[in-house]
Design a protein around this ligand. Sequence first.
Ligand code: CDP
Length: 234
Amino acid sequence: MSNMLYEGKSKMICVGRDDDNLIIRYKDTATAFNGEKKAELSGKGKLNAAISNMIYDYLAEHGIETHLIEVLDETAVLVKKSEIVMVEVIVRNIAAGSFSRKYGVPEGTALKNTVIEFSLKSDELCDPMINESQITAIGLATPEELMEMTRQAFRINELLRVLFFKAGIRLIDLKLEFGRCGGKLILCDEISPDSCRLWDADTDKKLDKDRFRRDLGNVLDGYRDVLRRLQNVR
Ligand code: CDP
């Protein structure tokens, strides 16, 4: 694509309508383990775009400022241009994934309080976990920005827990990214089964990227299920 500025693992970033915005196009590529595992899953781009757009609309209705300006087509959105904070914010309600591995807490264990973690956004370094004093020491974010990202991340998590609960889904954990735009921090990137762990509330069936990571099969059936259930409660 001639107007492409950058190609990421699962999305392309293209020139926008003017200098203040960009077009993000969702791809069908699925990756895991920092890109080591890769596959084309036909239709994933459309599913993630639809799920993320619905979630972003819901969050905007509840006062969260996001980068989303306009849905352009089934896989493309127009977004505000922002300076991405190079820190990923992970919020956990239930132990799973790297948390379970690192701390020896079985997957599915309820956590006594919501956990927030940060990791350095760097494919080269495999997104290492980083703490608040390290983040401010390196200058990745100011203490005020960290406080604001933490506040927003907890609020977004609470809003999404409610939305998913209505859809019969448990929000296990999620990853958020923020960008600086017009003197504020706004929510950027996608919120989809690629970036959240989502389990069926009755059966604990995984409906997210763990189906791909762990070769559980029927990856996109899980994503389609998430979309259908969200459509039913929106
Ligand atoms: O996937 P893994 O077990 O290595 O990582 P995690 O730290 O347990 O991931 C927590 C949550 O953040 C999961 O929902 C991941 O899908 C998501 N995540 C992400 O979207 N992008 C990353 N680079 C890392 C985690």
